[in-house]
Design a protein around this ligand. Structure first.
Ligand SMILES: [Zn+2]
Length: 80
């Protein structure tokens, strides 16, 4: 299978990104509150938090934590 130059560049970029931003669960959970707040506020997720998003995409444990937190924040928001 042959890749075009453009596809190859994209692929390489993805690989690099994944290596750069790999978080462990502890690091991810430390940022998850900030991530959830920004996400709910409709703000764009700044670069540092993209690592969280990527970790959540592959880690069920942290995603559950994030979803619970998001739920809580949404309820608090609704009360105001
Ligand atoms: Zn995790």
């Amino acid at each position: 299978m042959a890749f075009s130059r453009h596809e190859l560049e994209n692929l390489l970029r993805l690989v690099t990104l994944t290596k750069d931003v790999e978080l462990n669960c502890e690091e991810c959970l430390a940022l998850v509150a900030e991530f959830a707040e920004q996400h709910l506020a409709g703000k764009s997720i700044r670069a540092g938090l993209q690592a969280v998003e990527e970790h959540l995409a592959v880690c069920d444990e942290c995603r559950e934590e994030y979803e619970a937190l998001q739920q809580t924040l949404a309820e608090i928001d609704g009360d105001l």
